[in-house]
Design a protein around this ligand. Structure first.
Ligand code: PEP
Ligand code: MG
Length: 759
């Protein structure tokens, strides 16, 4: 059963055109289940009906014509109940509705399953048989499994199909709205730009061609160039890599042979596909065959076939396609946006970011917020290449991306951008005023830095120092660990930005969604794995070099504080402090020899793993200060991966459980007499600021871009009212109720303009 299922899904996946894919699906399903009829309906939510899209067994004339209302007949019933039905005789069922056009008079047995993707019914898959019988449990399981597997593909195909219209008129009249996860607030208009678009067959859209002779010539040329390239690579590596690695090049040459892949690709071209599409189909077929083999060595070969296919594809493409120039107003589209990608990009042209991977609290999103760029994350249903060169409207508040907008929408959007700019200007005017509530309570506002040193405005003079310097980014942008001297230089520059103010440097927090390219760690659950202090305690040589560099950098400035990430147990603090002391004595001695004295910096820990909530007194006895990493605390308390777009709806710092945890920590810190800062993203959200101040927090650390906004919120609010609000929301059941209540409060304070959307 599994093999049959796999085969059907793989075949259908390869067909880009949705109508064609559904037709093949209906045919294969009818054959596999040996039924008389198989039909697929897709939902149209605007029209509130299911449309017959493909059938084997009903009248083909009904395809695209017969529609069944959401509350009509057995199909509507399946959609409403969101579960399969299996009945012996459909015609005698009370919900049966007769549609003469489909010609189903002869069928009795009926089974149908909804096709559901992310809680939404996309369609219904049915099988029918002439004789009266109930389908077996196995048959039912088969249908349900197939419907579940095919759902994702239908969602993808819909997005792909809609984006790939070639006809100019349709293109002009058409605009497509895609939904991702809000990454960074703001609106942007620009042209999609995909940097280093490495040619990948996966992103290739199938296209027909009538010029088979020309396509064959193109293909043969590309193979010739690939052969030469593979030979060159193989020559270069001779003697440098083991024989079994070199054997891969032989496999490549063999696959390129006219009697191997080449033969099949040319056959596909002759059947009416262009060269790239033919190559894609053949390569994916081979790769899938390798992947389904039992022998792990053979399974691995799938990657080789795909790599080779991508090389040939690179030579099939016109050279200009490889180097598209950066548009004046660019929306950067990437599989995963990295700090180095942004550093390389001309800032004046960058208007917004779309990252296919990641979610609202991924570091790419935090980075976008830090430099004030609107961003949408987790746009998983669309191949990258389809957004390149397209006119795009990006709404970072709601996560909506509108591709090829019509002029009216574009005009409206531009007006919203202008209003936003005006509001921002207004905020900036007040940026230098003190951060004090209406009832005269002062709040310390610190800056989060490190994700992008030059872009973060640490030296703007605003803010009361740096509350979190993420040291990992300079590590991520190199090809090896930075030396002590290199680190010392970087840290010195940071400490000097605010000589009179404290700078809290966090020791290396890699792992999770921040991998080091030169120190690869492959884990099933990276956020629960070797991350932050866990990794650096296992590598004291890395930790010691970093701490020594920080200490040396602080000589004469004495404004350094050291902070430890991902602390779970007290012994991690003891061990880290032992190493810090060791580094301190080493550097202090060196300094003394030069007549300088070194101050011992304060050492604190991040509170971001829920376990620490229950060991506050024990931790307090060992440290000078605490800082709450609400991004991770939310992720670990709610057991929701902050980097996974699929569960982004569940990741919510306004969850009453998270708010209660934050309140408890604040109460504990007051009782234990330890200073506490909150340095997660919550500190830069207007609603978060109100709740945190009401809880008792007086130190907030955020990206410098949010500073003016947060100051405005603080200056507008009264703590007495904020406490009433807090008491109310702590009793609530749902995060959404909390958000709604906070938004009402913000509106009442005249801050509605800051919250355009729910998140
Ligand atoms: C946090 O977890 O809230 C935090 C500030 O650290 P990071 O986002 O770098 O994990
Ligand atoms: Mg963290």
């Amino acid at each position: 059963m599994l093999t049959q299922l796999k085969r059907i899904v793989q075949e259908v996946n390869q067909i880009q055109n949705l109508d064609e894919a559904l037709a093949v699906l209906a045919k294969r399903l009818q054959e596999a289940m040996k039924v008389d009829c198989c039909t697929i309906y897709l939902a149209n939510y605007e029209k509130q009906h299911f449309l017959l899209m493909a059938t084997e067994g009903l009248s083909k004339d009904a395809i695209g014509k017969v529609s069944i209302g959401f509350s009509e007949g057995l199909i509507g019933w399946i959609g409403q109940r969101e579960e399969p039905i299996n009945i012996q005789d459909a015609q005698s069922h009370p919900r049966f509705k007769h549609y003469p056009e489909v010609k189903e008079e002869n069928y009795h047995a009926f089974m149908g399953s909804p096709i559901i993707h992310q809680r939404k019914v996309l369609g219904v898959l049915t099988v029918q048989q002439k004789r009266k019988r109930r389908f077996s449990e196995d048959e039912e399981a088969f249908l349900v499994t197939l419907a579940a597997q095919i759902a994702l593909e239908i969602a993808h195909a819909e997005a792909r199909g809609a984006l790939n219209l070639t006809d100019d008129l349709t293109k002009r009249l058409w605009q497509k709205s895609l939904r991702g996860v809000p990454g960074a607030n703001g609106l942007a208009i620009g042209e999609g730009f995909v940097p280093h678009l490495k040619f990948n067959l996966r992103n290739q859209i199938l296209k027909r061609s009538t010029q088979s002779a020309k396509e064959v010539t193109l293909y043969r040329e590309a193979v010739k160039k690939t052969r030469a390239e593979v030979d060159l690579l193989s020559d270069r590596m001779q003697g440098e890599v083991p024989e079994d690695v070199l054997a891969i090049f032989q496999l490549y040459q063999h696959l390129l042979d006219a009697n191997s892949l080449g033969h099949e690709v040319e056959e596909k071209i002759h059947s009416g596909w262009d060269a790239a599409s033919s190559l894609k189909m053949v390569v994916e077929h081979y790769a899938n065959q390798f992947r389904s083999m039992e022998d792990p060595y053979m399974q691995e070969r799938a990657v080789d076939v795909e790599d080779l296919g991508n090389r040939v594809l690179g030579h099939l493409m016109p050279p200009t396609a490889a180097k598209a120039s950066i548009p004046e107003q660019a929306i950067l589209v990437a599989e995963e946006v990295s700090a180095s990608m942004l550093a390389e990009f001309p800032a004046e042209r960058l208007k917004g970011i779309i990252s296919m991977r990641g979610s609202n609290n991924s570091h790419a999103a935090i980075l976008a917020r830090a430099i004030g760029l609107p961003a949408v994350m987790g746009l998983t249903d669309v191949p990258l290449s389809l957004l390149g060169g397209k006119d795009i409207l990006l709404d970072g508040y709601s996560g909506e991306v509108i591709v090829s907008p019509n002029p009216n929408i574009k005009h409206e959007f531009q007006q919203l951008i202008d209003e936003e700019r005006e509001l921002f200007g207004l905020l900036q005017e007040q940026a230098a005023l003190p951060a004090q509530t209406q009832d005269g309570v002062a709040v310390e506002l610190l800056i989060n830095a490190g994700l992008s040193a030059e872009l973060e405005g640490c030296n703007s003079g605003l803010g009361d120092g740096v509350g979190l310097y993420r040291t990992e980014v300079p590590f991520m942008m190199r090809e090896r660990f930075p030396s002590e001297q290199e680190q010392c230089k970087m840290y010195r520059a940071m400490l000097e930005t605010n000589p009179g103010k404290s700078i809290t440097m966090r020791t290396l927090d890699v792992g999770g969604d921040k991998p080091l390219p030169y120190f690869p760690v492959t884990e099933e659950n990276p956020f629960l794995g070797w991350r932050g202090i866990r990794l650096t305690l296992d590598h004291p040589e890395i930790f010691l070099v970093q701490v020594r560099a920080m200490l040396r950098a602080s000589l004469g400035l004495d404004n350094l504080k050291i902070m430890l990430p991902m602390i779970t147990s007290v012994n991690e603090v003891s061990e880290a402090k032992r190493l810090i002391r060791q580094a301190y004595y080493e550097v202090a001695e060196e300094a003394m020899q030069q007549g300088q004295s070194l101050a011992m910096p304060e050492v604190g820990v991040m509170l971001e793993v829920p376990a620490v909530l229950y060991q506050m007194p024990q931790l307090a006895a060992k440290v000078d200060f605490f800082s709450i990493g609400s991004n991770d605390l939310t992720q670990y308390l709610l057991a929701v991966d902050r980097n996974n777009a699929r569960v982004s709806g569940l990741y919510d710092s306004y969850h009453p459980a998270v708010l209660r945890a934050l309140k408890q920590i604040c109460d504990d810190c007051l009782r234990l007499g330890k200073p506490v800062t909150l340095c997660g993203e919550l500190a830069s959200e207007p609603g978060g600021v109100i709740l945190l101040l009401a809880m008792g927090y007086r130190k907030l650390s955020m990206n410098s871009f949010s500073l003016a906004k947060v100051k405005w919120v603080i200056r507008s609010l009264s703590l007495v009212d904020a406490r009433v609000l807090l008491d109310e929301v702590l009793e609530m059941e749902q995060p959404q109720q909390v958000r709604n209540r906070i938004n009402r409060h913000l509106e009442a304070l005249g801050l509605g303009g800051l919250v355009r959307a729910g998140k």
